[in-house]
Design a protein around this ligand. Structure first.
Ligand code: SF4
Length: 395
């Protein structure tokens, strides 16, 4: 498995596959053709169908400047997120590059072997890692640190600072999100209430407020951390921040949580997928929920078995979750969904305190099942905005 630096990345929202990936491809292409002033991009599959809502054209033009962007919604494509970039000099095409945006901001260039980041983790299933940790008396975060090296802690502190900034900025922001759906920002409304409420209601409200804050920042095109993607970037920060503020946890403890969560995200990325276009929302929000729940279980001092159960329950009960963003915008159902997944992550962790010893399904099985299920989900429900809410929503 690759470094957590490839999983947690700072990028501009709202979508790692639709904005970060294409922007990365455009930067490579622009560097190769710095003497060209005219470019064209043709988007296929999910990139064509939801690229407008996700702001793919804006992300490309930001890098390439004068770039015609064509949304080809009809032609078949090899990968659900395919784009072709063309460079022109004196009106003549001088180069063409076909790129696949494979999720989490990563790209693969057709005809080139994928840029292989070094494998820093020799083990790639939860069972292998858990056995190794038991034999060597390690916690999961210690195993991650041993594989990554100590400087990963500083990197993750940087990521945490961006996450916290998104919560703080998002809680201040007001108004309507761009895109035409007239979606109001609601994080501040959730934060500020003078209603009488139970402790449990207060917890849910605050966790949801933080998740809305980050997801609304993402929808507004702010800098966010992929956790594991932009669309699902609100789950981990909201859960971790609520606990940090409630129990006074320091950032070192949060880093332990991010390391543990990162192992779970890496396992899904390696053995299945974290891309909504490939496997539906279960791959994004389901993974984020499993990561948050496992990280929280770690920070609460729970056992390996309980951490596995928390992650497994979180992923298992997102199986089949489709991706059907209305108008292709990362707003409905995405923003609310981050909040729901955050609350679910906490509940899964709590269930794990009681039931981990009765677990029948392993995390590895849940990950493989998610991938199989994702391949069976119809194309209309894999970030194409053709079916589900995207089709039936009437405003
Ligand atoms: S529905 Fe889920 S996978 Fe699809 S764009 Fe929204 S958050 Fe991402």
């Amino acid at each position: 498995m690759k470094s957590l630096r490839q999983l947690y990345k700072v990028g501009v929202g709202p979508s790692s596959s639709h904005t970060m990936g294409p922007a990365k491809a455009a930067r490579l292409f622009a560097d190769k053709h710095h003497d060209c002033r005219q470019f064209k991009a043709v988007l296929y599959g999910s990139l064509a169908l939801t690229g407008k809502g996700h702001g793919t054209d804006r992300a490309l033009r930001k890098v390439l400047g004068n770039c015609e962007v064509v949304f080809d919604c009809d032609s078949p494509c090899v990968h659900p997120n395919t784009l072709e970039l063309f460079a022109y000099k004196d009106g003549k095409q001088v180069d063409k590059m076909q790129v696949f945006s494979v999720g989490g901001g990563e790209i693969v260039i057709a005809g080139e072997s994928p840029v292989e980041h070094e494998d820093v983790y020799p083990l790639s299933t939860f069972k292998q890692i858990a056995d190794f940790c038991r034999q060597n008396d390690l916690r999961l975060w210690q195993y991650a640190e041993r594989c990554e090296g100590n400087d990963i802690r500083d990197y993750l502190k940087q990521m945490w600072r961006v996450m916290v900034k998104d919560i703080e900025d998002g809680l201040q922001a007001e108004g309507v999100l761009e895109g035409g759906l007239n979606v109001q920002r609601r994080a501040k409304k959730l934060l500020l209430t003078d209603r009488k409420e139970s402790m449990q209601t207060r917890e849910n409200r605050l966790v949801a407020a933080y998740a809305f804050a980050v997801s609304e920042q993402n929808a507004g095109g702010a800098e966010v951390v992929t956790a594991p993607t932009c669309g699902s970037c609100g789950v981990i920060p909201s859960v971790f921040r609520y606990y940090q503020l409630t129990f006074g946890w320091d950032d070192e403890k949060i880093v332990n949580g991010l390391l543990t969560a990162g192992i779970i995200g890496n396992l899904v990325k390696t053995n299945a997928s974290i891309s909504g276009a490939e496997c539906g929302c279960q791959a994004e929000i389901g993974t984020a929920c499993a990561m948050a729940s496992a990280g929280l279980a770690e920070m609460c001092g729970m056992s390996l078995e309980q951490i596995e159960y928390a992650a497994e329950v979180s992923l298992e009960h997102h199986l089949g979750l489709t991706c059907d963003p209305v108008n292709g915008l990362v707003q409905i159902p995405c923003i609310e969904r981050n909040a729901v997944a955050a609350m679910r992550a906490i509940n899964a962790m709590r269930l794990a305190t009681f039931l981990a010893d009765s677990r029948k399904i392993t995390l590895d099985t849940a990950i493989l099942t998610m991938y199989e299920t994702g391949k069976d989900i119809g194309e209309g429900y894999r970030e194409t905005a053709k079916s589900g809410l995207a089709k039936l929503y009437r405003g």
